[in-house]
Design a protein around this ligand. Structure first.
Ligand SMILES: NC(=O)c1ccc[n+]([C@@H]2O[C@H](COP(=O)([O-])OP(=O)(O)OC[C@H]3O[C@@H](n4cnc5c(N)ncnc54)[C@H](O)[C@@H]3O)[C@@H](O)[C@H]2O)c1
Length: 343
């Protein structure tokens, strides 16, 4: 299939694109490149690319594709809170517009990178399946709800959207992110000897490796249309819900000599939920996730050791999305609406 991947040079996109190509798909990327040069390692796939802002593209950019895999977004809560209106502009309005344009251009499939953060504060202790109530606590989470609600009615016999509600990601990527909990805990343990927990350690979080997210995109893309048409799937494994303190224990076990420390003032985190991922396993048996958090911690530790990561590098603009965006603004390379300022 010929597929357009938006956000293809981001943390997940950098791992997804090679997997799609290995499976025989023709990939074109679209990215505005906020994180150009923010590389942990070589290995970004070279694919034909539209360097463009999602908000500016026209229908002609979408002609000829069999599917759009839409990952481009302001990708976390702090970034989303920097300028909530801008978050809605990119993550919600531009995403819905992209879906409409894709449909108009005759693209049959639209895979949206949604998030389990749309469940937000979970009522009670149970495992949340796809029919659970939305309860987002951030602009980021709300934007994901709104896209699902606005794109779903576009579904018809010519256009099949699918919503992949990814758990919180971890794992090594050429475009590593340091603002994700597992990556962050391992990096702190390796570089400082302390597994530094920002909350009180009790929040539950579903966790998934970026390679397994990529496998889910591939499985949905290749699935018979009727199985995925206008469906939402939690992406991860039901067995891979953890309390942050359990992840911290694993990190302590893997990183020699490290010890756990709770940051001062870290209270309970309202973002606390456990999800049930049985639907994707049941519907798409060819989706076989291969990672556990324990193995992911080992992978990250090995990669950080080989790289010789330092705490200064880890806390730099390279791996912290919010810091990089603020730097581009301070240098007047992007404006407050996150549009590039032309020289
Ligand atoms: N990483 C996770 O834990 C996780 C979990 C659930 C969902 N998701 C979703 O998956 C997607 C990818 O996440 P990621 O972790 O790779 O994030 P990322 O920040 O590493 O990558 C996002 C990419 O989108 C691009 N982008 C942002 N705004 C754009 C715009 N206006 N026009 C064109 N390109 C733009 C950025 O330049 C970047 O390369 C996002 O939609 C995110 O919400 C991620």
């Amino acid at each position: 299939m010929k597929v357009l991947v938006t956000g293809h040079t981001g943390y997940i996109g950098a791992v997804l694109v090679p997997m799609l190509r290995t499976a025989g798909h023709e990939v074109v990327g679209l990215d505005t490149e906020f994180f150009a040069g923010c590389d942990f390692s070589d290995g970004l796939a070279e694919v034909p690319t539209l360097r463009a802002d999602l908000r500016e593209i026209g229908v002609e950019a979408l002609a000829g594709f069999d599917a759009v895999l839409h990952l481009a977004a302001l990708s976390n809560d702090p970034l989303g809170d920097l300028n909530p209106d801008c978050t809605y502009d990119i993550n919600h309005r531009a995403s819905v517009r992209l879906a409409r344009l894709a449909k108009e251009a005759g693209v049959g499939r639209f895979l949206f990178s949604s998030s389990c953060s749309l469940y937000g504060v979970a009522a009670g202790d149970g495992l949340l399946a796809e029919d659970a109530a939305f309860n987002p606590v951030t602009a980021y989470g709300t934007s994901k709800v709104r896209v699902e609600q606005d794109v779903s009615p576009l579904a018809d016999e010519t256009f099949s959207p699918t919503f992949l509600r990814n758990a919180t990601a971890y794992g090594v990527s050429p475009r590593l992110r340091g603002d994700l909990v597992v990556n962050n805990l391992v990096a702190f343990a390796y570089t400082t000897g302390e597994v530094l927990i920002a909350s009180d350690g009790t929040p539950w979080r579903p966790l998934v490796h970026i390679e397994d997210i990529s496998r889910a995109f591939l499985a949905v893309l290749q699935a018979p249309r009727e199985l995925v048409h206008n469906q939402s799937f939690n992406v991860g494994r039901t067995a891979e819900n953890y309390q942050i303190r359990d992840v911290a224990d694993m990190v302590k076990d893997v990183v020699p000599g490290s010890r756990i420390r709770y940051a001062e003032g870290g209270g309970p985190d309202p973002r606390c939920y456990r999800v049930n991922c049985d639907k994707i396993a049941r519907t798409l048996p060819e989706f076989r996730p291969q990672w556990t958090v324990r193995r992911g911690v080992e992978q990250l530790y090995g990669a950080f050791k080989e790289h010789g990561l330092t705490i200064d590098e880890f806390q730099s603009t390279k791996y912290l999305r919010l810091k990089q965006i603020k730097k581009l603004q301070a240098e007047q390379r992007i404006d407050e609406t996150l549009r590039w300022i032309r020289a």
